[in-house]
Ligand binder design. Structure first.
Ligand SMILES: COc1ccc(-c2nc3ccccc3n2[C@H](C(=O)NC2CCCCC2)C2CCCCC2)c(OC)c1
Length: 233
């Protein structure tokens, strides 16, 4: 049984990623808001665009703290952010949904989301993803690394120097692999299950634009930042 040890520099990398991840939480807790009141489809859509806009800003700050990211080609930095923003948003939503809540709150939250205005056909893939993330019971470090790994996906559209991105992603993957082995010694396939979630996450990418344009209301308004990041308007 090989001795798995996280090196000093990997511990340093872990700390930087975790601090950045914790520093860049969504300011206002959307789950609390949704549990408090029922909103109309219009209000929910506005809430979504507000939350998503602030999440993108938070994501940019988090990404700037990923060691090596700012040394990448500047156009590649933009391509990575644009290419991963929707996945990072759903990953964040899944983590918000799977957070430990008082008895019955998750059910209320799910019911509120189901009636928020999003069309029926997207409920199953979205909640399947949320529940598959919840079943993993990820620790903060794993969540932070998984977000960084999602951002550092080399084959995003328009990325020129894919090898430079691959090298950064590989160092994150190596730390995550060791962390999983240490955190879940009884589950040798846990690391593979985590990465499998990233494949499921990409499928949500395909639904994203339609989820927005099919929201049960007329005249869907987006912030300028979301028009940049989402393929809408
Ligand atoms: C594009 O279609 C959709 C549909 C649902 C969601 C979603 N899933 C959620 C799971 C847990 C809590 C909130 C959730 N949300 C919206 C929201 O506010 N998401 C935030 C985005 C930024 C990161 C924190 C979560 C809610 C849904 C109910 C109506 C108001 C918006 C969603 O989040 C990408 C996108």
């Amino acid at each position: 049984k090989e001795k798995i040890e996280i090196t000093k520099e990997q511990q340093a990398l872990m700390k930087i990623i975790l601090d950045a991840y914790n520093r860049h939480q969504i300011p206002q807790d959307v789950a609390k808001k949704l549990l408090q009141d029922q909103y109309s489809a219009e209000e929910n859509f506005l809430l979504l665009t507000e939350m998503a806009t602030s999440q993108v800003q938070v994501l940019v700050e988090f990404t700037k703290n990923i060691p090596g990211f700012l040394s990448l080609d500047h156009e590649d930095q933009i391509a990575l952010l644009k290419g991963s923003a929707v996945e990072a948003m759903f990953l964040r939503s899944a983590q918000v949904f799977s957070r430990k809540m008082p008895k019955g709150h998750t059910e209320v939250l799910e019911a509120r989301i189901r009636k928020s205005g999003i069309s029926e056909e997207f409920m199953t893939p979205m909640f399947n993803f949320y529940k598959s993330i919840g079943e993993l019971h990820m620790v903060q470090e794993e969540q932070a690394l998984l977000t960084a790994i999602t951002i550092l996906t080399p084959d995003r559209p328009h990325v020129k120097d894919q090898h430079a991105v691959e090298r950064l992603q590989e160092s994150m993957l190596d730390v995550l692999r060791k962390l999983c082995a240490l955190q879940h010694p009884q589950e040798p396939q846990y690391f593979a299950r985590l990465l499998g979630r990233l494949t499921e996450l990409r499928t949500l990418n395909h639904y994203h634009t339609e989820m927005l344009t099919s929201w049960r209301m007329n005249d869907h308004k987006f912030t300028p930042l979301l028009c940049e990041i989402w393929d809408v308007q």
